[in-house]
Design a protein around this ligand. Structure first.
Ligand SMILES: Nc1ncnc2c1ncn2[C@@H]1O[C@H](COP(=O)(O)OP(=O)(O)OP(=O)(O)O)[C@@H](O)[C@H]1O
Length: 311
Protein backbone atom coordinates (compact mmCIF):
# COMPACT_ATOMS: atom_id res chain seq x y z
CA UNK A 1 0.00 0.00 0.00
CA UNK A 2 2.72 2.43 1.01
CA UNK A 3 4.74 1.83 -2.16
CA UNK A 4 2.13 3.83 -4.11
CA UNK A 5 3.46 6.96 -2.44
CA UNK A 6 7.13 6.05 -2.57
CA UNK A 7 8.29 8.53 -5.20
CA UNK A 8 6.85 11.60 -3.52
CA UNK A 9 9.47 13.69 -1.78
CA UNK A 10 8.26 14.99 1.56
CA UNK A 11 11.47 16.62 2.75
CA UNK A 12 14.70 17.33 0.97
CA UNK A 13 17.86 19.03 2.23
CA UNK A 14 20.41 20.22 -0.32
CA UNK A 15 23.85 21.33 0.82
CA UNK A 16 22.28 22.24 4.15
CA UNK A 17 24.76 23.92 6.47
CA UNK A 18 24.35 25.60 9.85
CA UNK A 19 27.19 27.35 11.57
CA UNK A 20 27.25 28.79 15.06
CA UNK A 21 30.27 31.09 14.92
CA UNK A 22 33.01 28.95 13.49
CA UNK A 23 31.43 25.68 14.65
CA UNK A 24 29.41 23.62 12.18
CA UNK A 25 26.23 22.15 13.64
CA UNK A 26 25.36 20.87 10.14
CA UNK A 27 27.68 20.60 7.19
CA UNK A 28 26.55 20.06 3.60
CA UNK A 29 23.64 17.76 4.40
CA UNK A 30 21.88 16.17 1.43
CA UNK A 31 18.99 13.96 2.42
CA UNK A 32 15.49 12.99 1.35
CA UNK A 33 12.49 11.73 3.28
CA UNK A 34 10.00 10.16 0.90
CA UNK A 35 6.31 9.50 1.41
CA UNK A 36 5.90 6.34 3.43
CA UNK A 37 9.35 6.55 5.03
CA UNK A 38 9.85 6.18 8.72
CA UNK A 39 13.27 7.79 8.64
CA UNK A 40 15.36 6.94 11.72
CA UNK A 41 17.86 9.69 12.42
CA UNK A 42 20.85 8.39 14.34
CA UNK A 43 23.75 10.29 15.86
CA UNK A 44 25.61 11.01 19.06
CA UNK A 45 24.81 13.95 21.36
CA UNK A 46 25.53 17.17 19.53
CA UNK A 47 25.64 15.49 16.08
CA UNK A 48 23.11 17.94 14.65
CA UNK A 49 19.78 16.08 14.70
CA UNK A 50 17.80 18.70 16.61
CA UNK A 51 19.29 21.50 14.53
CA UNK A 52 18.07 19.86 11.32
CA UNK A 53 14.62 19.30 12.81
CA UNK A 54 14.47 22.91 13.95
CA UNK A 55 15.34 24.04 10.42
CA UNK A 56 12.43 21.93 9.13
CA UNK A 57 10.22 23.69 11.68
CA UNK A 58 11.51 27.12 10.70
CA UNK A 59 12.89 27.68 14.21
CA UNK A 60 16.49 27.86 13.01
CA UNK A 61 17.68 29.33 9.72
CA UNK A 62 20.40 27.62 7.71
CA UNK A 63 23.69 29.40 7.04
CA UNK A 64 23.67 28.01 3.51
CA UNK A 65 21.95 25.35 1.45
CA UNK A 66 18.23 24.86 1.31
CA UNK A 67 15.33 22.66 2.23
CA UNK A 68 12.13 21.77 0.44
CA UNK A 69 8.96 20.49 2.05
CA UNK A 70 6.31 18.81 -0.09
CA UNK A 71 8.25 20.12 -3.08
CA UNK A 72 8.15 23.78 -1.94
CA UNK A 73 11.32 25.69 -1.17
CA UNK A 74 10.27 29.31 -1.30
CA UNK A 75 10.13 30.95 2.16
CA UNK A 76 6.46 31.90 2.07
CA UNK A 77 5.43 28.55 0.65
CA UNK A 78 7.51 26.77 3.28
CA UNK A 79 5.64 28.60 6.02
CA UNK A 80 2.37 27.48 4.46
CA UNK A 81 3.27 23.82 4.02
CA UNK A 82 4.68 23.63 7.54
CA UNK A 83 1.03 23.58 8.62
CA UNK A 84 0.92 20.02 7.29
CA UNK A 85 3.70 18.93 9.61
CA UNK A 86 3.46 17.80 13.21
CA UNK A 87 6.42 18.54 15.46
CA UNK A 88 7.58 17.12 18.73
CA UNK A 89 10.96 18.69 19.33
CA UNK A 90 12.51 18.44 22.77
CA UNK A 91 9.96 18.29 25.62
CA UNK A 92 6.32 19.03 24.74
CA UNK A 93 5.25 22.41 26.13
CA UNK A 94 2.26 21.56 28.30
CA UNK A 95 0.53 23.52 31.04
CA UNK A 96 0.63 21.37 34.20
CA UNK A 97 -2.34 23.02 35.90
CA UNK A 98 -4.58 22.41 32.87
CA UNK A 99 -6.18 19.11 31.88
CA UNK A 100 -5.14 17.22 28.75
CA UNK A 101 -8.25 18.46 26.93
CA UNK A 102 -7.65 22.05 28.02
CA UNK A 103 -4.06 21.87 26.76
CA UNK A 104 -5.34 20.62 23.42
CA UNK A 105 -7.98 23.37 23.27
CA UNK A 106 -5.20 25.89 23.85
CA UNK A 107 -3.20 24.50 20.92
CA UNK A 108 -6.31 24.35 18.70
CA UNK A 109 -6.75 28.07 19.32
CA UNK A 110 -3.11 28.76 18.46
CA UNK A 111 -3.30 26.69 15.26
CA UNK A 112 -6.76 28.01 14.31
CA UNK A 113 -8.34 24.56 14.40
CA UNK A 114 -12.12 24.70 14.75
CA UNK A 115 -13.07 21.07 14.23
CA UNK A 116 -14.69 20.01 17.55
CA UNK A 117 -13.89 16.32 16.89
CA UNK A 118 -10.19 16.87 16.51
CA UNK A 119 -9.41 16.70 20.24
CA UNK A 120 -11.36 13.45 20.66
CA UNK A 121 -9.58 12.02 17.61
CA UNK A 122 -6.06 12.83 18.74
CA UNK A 123 -6.68 11.66 22.30
CA UNK A 124 -7.91 8.40 20.86
CA UNK A 125 -4.91 8.11 18.51
CA UNK A 126 -2.52 8.27 21.47
CA UNK A 127 -4.65 6.18 23.83
CA UNK A 128 -5.40 8.96 26.29
CA UNK A 129 -9.17 9.11 25.89
CA UNK A 130 -9.79 8.05 29.50
CA UNK A 131 -7.61 10.75 31.01
CA UNK A 132 -8.64 13.77 28.95
CA UNK A 133 -10.04 15.43 32.07
CA UNK A 134 -6.97 14.78 34.18
CA UNK A 135 -4.47 17.52 34.98
CA UNK A 136 -1.04 17.23 33.40
CA UNK A 137 0.57 17.49 36.83
CA UNK A 138 -0.90 14.02 37.48
CA UNK A 139 0.46 12.60 34.22
CA UNK A 140 3.42 10.20 34.02
CA UNK A 141 6.29 11.07 31.69
CA UNK A 142 4.96 8.54 29.18
CA UNK A 143 1.51 10.13 29.24
CA UNK A 144 3.04 13.58 28.76
CA UNK A 145 5.03 12.36 25.77
CA UNK A 146 1.90 10.83 24.26
CA UNK A 147 0.02 14.07 24.84
CA UNK A 148 2.91 15.88 23.14
CA UNK A 149 2.35 13.54 20.22
CA UNK A 150 -1.38 14.35 20.35
CA UNK A 151 -0.52 18.06 20.04
CA UNK A 152 1.68 17.22 17.03
CA UNK A 153 -1.27 15.37 15.48
CA UNK A 154 -3.83 18.16 15.92
CA UNK A 155 -3.30 19.56 12.43
CA UNK A 156 -3.75 16.09 10.89
CA UNK A 157 -0.16 16.12 9.60
CA UNK A 158 1.17 14.29 6.56
CA UNK A 159 4.65 14.43 8.05
CA UNK A 160 5.76 14.04 11.67
CA UNK A 161 9.09 15.31 12.95
CA UNK A 162 9.89 13.71 16.29
CA UNK A 163 13.01 14.48 18.28
CA UNK A 164 13.64 11.76 20.86
CA UNK A 165 9.94 11.00 21.47
CA UNK A 166 10.72 7.91 23.56
CA UNK A 167 13.49 9.44 25.64
CA UNK A 168 13.00 8.62 29.33
CA UNK A 169 10.01 6.34 28.80
CA UNK A 170 9.72 2.97 30.51
CA UNK A 171 9.57 -0.18 28.33
CA UNK A 172 5.77 -0.26 28.13
CA UNK A 173 5.67 3.46 27.30
CA UNK A 174 8.18 2.86 24.51
CA UNK A 175 6.12 0.02 23.05
CA UNK A 176 2.99 2.16 23.28
CA UNK A 177 4.58 5.02 21.33
CA UNK A 178 5.93 2.55 18.76
CA UNK A 179 2.46 1.13 18.20
CA UNK A 180 1.00 4.61 17.80
CA UNK A 181 3.66 5.54 15.25
CA UNK A 182 3.19 2.28 13.35
CA UNK A 183 -0.54 2.94 13.25
CA UNK A 184 0.01 6.49 11.96
CA UNK A 185 2.48 5.32 9.30
CA UNK A 186 0.53 2.29 8.13
CA UNK A 187 -3.07 3.39 8.49
CA UNK A 188 -2.89 7.17 8.18
CA UNK A 189 0.01 7.22 5.70
CA UNK A 190 1.97 9.70 7.78
CA UNK A 191 5.68 9.94 6.89
CA UNK A 192 7.95 10.25 9.91
CA UNK A 193 11.40 11.61 10.70
CA UNK A 194 12.37 10.38 14.14
CA UNK A 195 15.55 10.63 16.17
CA UNK A 196 16.37 8.34 19.05
CA UNK A 197 19.36 7.08 20.98
CA UNK A 198 17.50 3.83 21.67
CA UNK A 199 18.73 2.10 18.56
CA UNK A 200 17.13 -1.28 19.25
CA UNK A 201 13.76 0.49 19.27
CA UNK A 202 14.50 2.60 16.23
CA UNK A 203 15.44 -0.57 14.39
CA UNK A 204 12.00 -2.04 15.07
CA UNK A 205 10.26 1.01 13.68
CA UNK A 206 12.22 2.69 10.90
CA UNK A 207 12.17 1.79 7.21
CA UNK A 208 15.32 3.80 6.53
CA UNK A 209 18.21 5.15 8.60
CA UNK A 210 20.39 8.21 8.26
CA UNK A 211 23.57 8.45 10.33
CA UNK A 212 24.78 11.88 11.25
CA UNK A 213 28.20 12.39 12.78
CA UNK A 214 29.70 15.76 13.72
CA UNK A 215 27.20 17.57 11.53
CA UNK A 216 27.70 15.40 8.45
CA UNK A 217 25.33 12.79 7.11
CA UNK A 218 27.81 9.96 6.75
CA UNK A 219 25.50 7.16 5.59
CA UNK A 220 21.94 6.32 4.64
CA UNK A 221 20.69 2.75 4.55
CA UNK A 222 17.29 1.12 4.15
CA UNK A 223 16.00 -1.37 6.72
CA UNK A 224 16.37 -4.10 4.06
CA UNK A 225 20.00 -3.16 3.43
CA UNK A 226 20.66 -3.23 7.16
CA UNK A 227 19.20 -6.72 7.26
CA UNK A 228 21.45 -7.90 4.44
CA UNK A 229 24.55 -6.16 5.76
CA UNK A 230 24.38 -8.12 8.98
CA UNK A 231 24.04 -11.53 7.38
CA UNK A 232 27.75 -11.64 6.96
CA UNK A 233 28.90 -14.15 9.53
CA UNK A 234 28.21 -17.72 10.44
CA UNK A 235 28.22 -17.94 14.23
CA UNK A 236 28.77 -21.26 15.95
CA UNK A 237 28.73 -22.23 19.61
CA UNK A 238 30.37 -25.49 20.64
CA UNK A 239 31.86 -26.73 23.95
CA UNK A 240 35.43 -26.48 22.57
CA UNK A 241 35.62 -23.58 20.10
CA UNK A 242 39.43 -23.77 19.68
CA UNK A 243 39.39 -27.39 18.51
CA UNK A 244 36.29 -26.85 16.36
CA UNK A 245 37.79 -23.79 14.69
CA UNK A 246 40.95 -25.75 13.86
CA UNK A 247 38.91 -28.60 12.34
CA UNK A 248 36.95 -26.17 10.17
CA UNK A 249 40.15 -24.45 9.09
CA UNK A 250 41.74 -27.73 8.07
CA UNK A 251 38.77 -29.36 6.42
CA UNK A 252 37.29 -26.39 4.60
CA UNK A 253 40.52 -24.40 4.10
CA UNK A 254 38.93 -21.38 5.75
CA UNK A 255 41.52 -18.78 6.57
CA UNK A 256 39.53 -16.21 8.52
CA UNK A 257 37.96 -17.82 11.55
CA UNK A 258 37.76 -15.86 14.77
CA UNK A 259 36.61 -16.70 18.26
CA UNK A 260 34.75 -13.87 19.96
CA UNK A 261 35.01 -12.82 23.59
CA UNK A 262 31.85 -14.81 24.25
CA UNK A 263 33.61 -17.92 22.86
CA UNK A 264 31.58 -17.90 19.66
CA UNK A 265 33.22 -19.06 16.44
CA UNK A 266 32.66 -16.51 13.67
CA UNK A 267 33.26 -17.16 9.99
CA UNK A 268 32.70 -14.52 7.30
CA UNK A 269 29.83 -15.83 5.20
CA UNK A 270 31.63 -15.29 1.92
CA UNK A 271 34.37 -17.68 3.07
CA UNK A 272 32.17 -20.66 3.88
CA UNK A 273 28.94 -22.36 3.06
CA UNK A 274 26.60 -22.94 6.01
CA UNK A 275 25.67 -26.43 4.81
CA UNK A 276 29.30 -27.48 4.39
CA UNK A 277 30.13 -26.19 7.87
CA UNK A 278 27.21 -28.15 9.33
CA UNK A 279 28.21 -31.28 7.49
CA UNK A 280 31.83 -31.17 8.75
CA UNK A 281 30.67 -30.60 12.33
CA UNK A 282 28.24 -33.52 12.13
CA UNK A 283 30.79 -35.85 10.49
CA UNK A 284 33.33 -35.08 13.22
CA UNK A 285 30.72 -35.61 15.93
CA UNK A 286 31.09 -32.09 17.32
CA UNK A 287 28.36 -31.04 19.67
CA UNK A 288 26.65 -27.93 18.27
CA UNK A 289 25.12 -25.68 20.91
CA UNK A 290 24.05 -23.10 18.36
CA UNK A 291 24.64 -22.14 14.74
CA UNK A 292 23.17 -19.17 12.93
CA UNK A 293 23.83 -16.25 10.65
CA UNK A 294 24.50 -13.09 12.66
CA UNK A 295 21.36 -11.02 13.11
CA UNK A 296 21.10 -7.40 12.02
CA UNK A 297 21.81 -4.94 14.75
CA UNK A 298 21.55 -1.21 14.23
CA UNK A 299 23.73 -0.54 17.25
CA UNK A 300 26.63 -2.64 15.92
CA UNK A 301 26.21 -1.16 12.46
CA UNK A 302 26.36 2.33 13.91
CA UNK A 303 29.38 1.58 16.09
CA UNK A 304 31.25 0.11 13.11
CA UNK A 305 30.35 3.15 11.04
CA UNK A 306 31.43 5.65 13.68
CA UNK A 307 34.57 3.63 14.42
CA UNK A 308 35.41 3.81 10.73
CA UNK A 309 34.68 7.50 10.43
CA UNK A 310 36.68 8.32 13.56
CA UNK A 311 39.76 6.46 12.42
N1 LIG B 1 21.85 27.97 19.70
C1 LIG B 1 23.05 27.41 19.59
N2 LIG B 1 24.18 28.12 19.73
C2 LIG B 1 25.38 27.55 19.60
N3 LIG B 1 25.59 26.26 19.34
C3 LIG B 1 24.50 25.47 19.19
C4 LIG B 1 23.18 26.00 19.31
N4 LIG B 1 22.29 24.98 19.10
C5 LIG B 1 23.04 23.87 18.87
N5 LIG B 1 24.35 24.15 18.93
C6 LIG B 1 25.45 23.22 18.72
O1 LIG B 1 25.23 22.56 17.48
C7 LIG B 1 25.64 21.19 17.57
C8 LIG B 1 24.48 20.30 17.19
O2 LIG B 1 23.50 20.34 18.22
P1 LIG B 1 22.13 19.55 18.14
O3 LIG B 1 21.31 19.97 19.31
O4 LIG B 1 21.54 19.73 16.81
O5 LIG B 1 22.62 18.05 18.30
P2 LIG B 1 21.75 16.72 18.52
O6 LIG B 1 22.25 15.71 17.52
O7 LIG B 1 20.30 17.03 18.49
O8 LIG B 1 22.19 16.26 19.96
P3 LIG B 1 21.33 15.54 21.14
O9 LIG B 1 21.29 14.09 20.76
O10 LIG B 1 22.16 15.81 22.32
O11 LIG B 1 19.99 16.18 21.17
C9 LIG B 1 26.13 20.98 18.98
O12 LIG B 1 27.53 21.09 18.99
C10 LIG B 1 25.50 22.11 19.75
O13 LIG B 1 26.28 22.48 20.85
Amino acid sequence: MRSVLVDTTIFEATGLTKQYGIAFALQDINMIVRAGDIYGFVGENGAGKTTLMKIIGGLVHPTSGKISLFGKDDKNQLDLVRRQIGFLIERPALYPHLTAEENLIFYCQIYGINDPNRITDVLQAVNLTNVGKKKISDFSLGMRQRLGLAVALLNDPKFLVLDEPINGLDPSGIVEVRKILEYLANEKKVSILISSHILSELQLLATKFGFIHKGRLIKEISADELLKSAEKQICIRTPDPEVTAQILKDELQIEYITISETEEIQIPKENADLEKVMSVLLQRGIQIQGINLSTPNLENYYMDLIGGSNS
